[in-house]
Design a protein around this ligand. Sequence first.
Ligand SMILES: C[S@@+](CC[C@H](N)C(=O)[O-])C[C@H]1O[C@@H](n2cnc3c(N)ncnc32)[C@H](O)[C@@H]1O
Length: 272
Amino acid sequence: MDDPEYAAFSDIDLRHWKSYDDLITGTLWLLGSRDKTGPHVGDYWGNFVPQIPNQVLRRFTRPGEVVLDLFSGMGTTLIECRHLGRHGIGVELNPDVAQRSLERIEEAANPRGVETAVLVADAASECVREQIREQLRRWGQESADCVILHPPYHDIIKFSADPRDLSNARSLEDFLRGFRRVVANARDMLAGGRFLALVIGDKYASSEWIPLGFECMQVCREAGLQLKAINVKDIQGNEKGKGKNENLWRYRALKQGFYIFKHEYIMVFRKV
Ligand SMILES: C[S@@+](CC[C@H](N)C(=O)[O-])C[C@H]1O[C@@H](n2cnc3c(N)ncnc32)[C@H](O)[C@@H]1O
């Protein structure tokens, strides 16, 4: 645990470690409601709360470093990159979403004048590596200093009609095959010794709990990434599913003997 190099991966000043009381060091992440400051809006169905990339970037990157998000969606990670002074590369399959995210990112405060790029590409393809490398080279870098992966939770939310979209994978096996290719790309792009965060939840299919999170975790471990943490984040704070709906789900759960998802995972890996 006591890795002398570790402190070099963030700008946390350990002489004043007590002043970082908002940085989470436990495995239970109670983030509460969504941070809606600046251009962060919760209107993209399936985006994560900005507090997730905020926590990850502050623990595992330094200002001026490069963060790669291979499922960048509406750009939550890239907006946080701007706020925190990290360069950001996003990869998003859907060109409309990529364009809208760029407009939103442009609205974010950028006090350190960092660069942001959104590549329209399939994160599972081989050619995406060259596109990312080219972007890195433009910034004088060879690799990314941190990777964030927030894939579709298989078919829970359909993001597009594109067959390369992982939310259109016809089976869990197909989804994991695609995800494996994304993880291989992520690993290749990540600098040695640095960190990757996977944000993922589980799902139900035909009344059975499918441990998607652990399946994806296994893919990362098989790719040679060292598991550092399985953090559990509560989704209580979500605005949706409250009130009447919440009661209906409670009733159904009691009647049919299942549990309602109230958590997802933020798993942390290191490329050793
Ligand atoms: C769970 S969302 C990520 C949301 C993002 N974290 C945010 O806060 O906006 C997953 C995203 O992955 C995209 N996606 C799906 N398959 C992809 C693929 N093969 N390559 C790149 N992006 C993909 C979807 O279009 C969707 O925007």
